[in-house]
Ligand binder design. Structure first.
Ligand code: FAD
Length: 393
């Protein structure tokens, strides 16, 4: 994402101002707002509009394309603050970073064509189609095929877990352009496309929602000879897997920041309740059996936060950050879950009542140990790429 985005350095004061500004935006969207949507599994349109209008979703886009030209550290602060304040950025966070593929690997013409409109929100780039039902984590085995015919590609196949496909104008899609048995390396022969969903839905594309544990606008996307013009191919044909991998560190660090925000939300909620709730004549927080799980969660979140911030700073400095991005994502997701557990236990029975938002946040934060990458695959990364142990797959 960086080549073009020579990011402006942001001071601690500026980061604090961003935090304050996100916090005041979030006040307009209290728990009641999210509960109503959760009940009906509806998309948080007014929250996403407010985020778009505030320019927060365009922070990573360079100024010359209409964004703020800030770095990952600032973007992380925004997502963390959203989650710390009880909101959920999952409905729109992809607008922030999915464009990184175009920014880093697109042609000048493509950048000029799409980035200003993504920055203004005129184009919603919310969908990212990689995962498929039969291949799962084994991305290189994906089966969606893009076949070149004259000046366009015909794309057929199926994606699963494509978040926000119904709320997106475009999807960044990974498909095979050369069959796997015809490439020398499995990682070759895959290509990335910007698919205009509005056009595709007229002919060849069907989106089917998947009802999930939490309100996440998850879908399955079916493609039957969807026509994509050749000018929507990003970078070189056959090198798409590398482009997708390039975006992973940013994505993992950003999602980890959401987990850091969730952890703080649960810890604050649990601490306040433990001070107020009296049982047997004194505050429950007086008991170490209540205190210690919260304190442990706090310690986990603080440690995870350091690694996540280190990942963001390294990323912004163009230093290698895959180790920190992966470890940060895993520890942040675990610390959010630990905090969620502590919060449920502290609230006792009331944790299960919807009106306290705990059960909703509890469901929401569970996701991050599975997506966008599951804990096992991060452990495999550390084992193989950091410790040099043999590859298990
Ligand atoms: C709500 C939600 C939103 C999502 N949004 C998107 C999206 O927008 N776009 C997109 O492309 N994808 C999306 N995903 C997909 C997500 O990235 C995958 O679910 C995740 O990467 C895990 O893949 P899988 O579900 O296919 O699990 P599988 O690959 O089937 O794996 C199942 C389990 O086995 C483990 N496992 C597999 N192989 C190994 C191994 N070699 N060693 C150890 N353990 C292993 C995994 O860690 C996992 O725990 C989303 C998923 C969810 C649930």
């Amino acid at each position: 994402m960086r080549n073009e985005a020579i990011n402006k350095k942001v001071s601690q004061e500026e980061l604090s101002a961003i935090r304050d500004s996100v916090q005041s935006l979030c006040k307009e969207f209290p728990g009641e707002y999210w509960r109503k949507l959760d009940d009906k599994r509806e998309y948080p349109t007014s929250f996403v509009n407010a985020m778009t209008e505030s320019g927060f979703l365009a922070v990573l886009i360079p100024e010359k394309y209409g964004g703020a030209g800030l770095g990952l550290e600032a973007a992380c602060v925004i997502l963390e603050e959203i989650h710390k304040n009880g909101c959920n950025a999952g409905a729109c966070h992809a607008q922030m970073y999915t464009m990184g593929t175009i920014l880093k690997h697109g042609s000048d013409e493509q950048k000029k064509r799409w980035l200003p409109k993504i920055a203004s929100g005129e184009i919603r780039l919310q969908a990212f189609g990689v995962t498929e039902p039969t291949s799962g984590t084994d991305t290189l085995s994906l089966k969606t095929m893009a076949t070149r015919k004259n000046k366009e590609y015909l794309i057929s196949g199926q994606k699963i877990w494509t978040s926000r496909a119904e709320h997106s104008d475009y999807m960044v899609l990974l498909a095979r352009t050369t069959p796997i048995d015809k490439v020398q390396q499995k990682g070759k022969g895959l290509s990335v496309f910007m698919v205009d969903m509005r056009e595709a839905l007229k002919k060849g594309m069907t989106i089917r929602p998947i009802k999930t544990m939490m309100n996440h606008s998850s879908t399955e996307v079916f493609m039957d000879n969807v026509k994509v013009p050749e000018e929507n191919l990003i970078g070189e044909e056959g090198n798409g897997f590398k482009y997708i991998l390039d975006g992973m560190n940013a994505e993992r660090t950003l999602i980890a920041s959401e987990c850091i925000g969730d952890a703080q939300w649960f810890i604050n909620k649990a601490t306040n309740y433990a001070k107020e709730r009296e049982v047997f004549g004194s505050a429950i927080g007086k008991n170490q059996g209540v205190q210690f799980p919260i304190a442990k969660a706090y310690a986990s979140y603080k440690a995870a936060d350091l690694i996540v911030k280190q990942a963001a700073i390294k990323f912004d400095n163009n230093d290698k950050c895959a180790e920190e991005a992966n470890i940060g994502k895993m520890l942040a997701a675990e610390s959010a879950w630990q905090a969620a557990e502590a919060c449920v236990q502290t609230y006792g029975g009331f944790a299960f009542a919807e009106e306290y938002d705990i059960e909703r946040k509890f469901r929401e934060t569970r996701l991050y140990q599975v997506a966008p990458i599951s804990t096992n695959l991060i452990l495999a990364y550390i084992s193989q790429n950091v410790l040099g142990l043999p590859k298990s797959y």
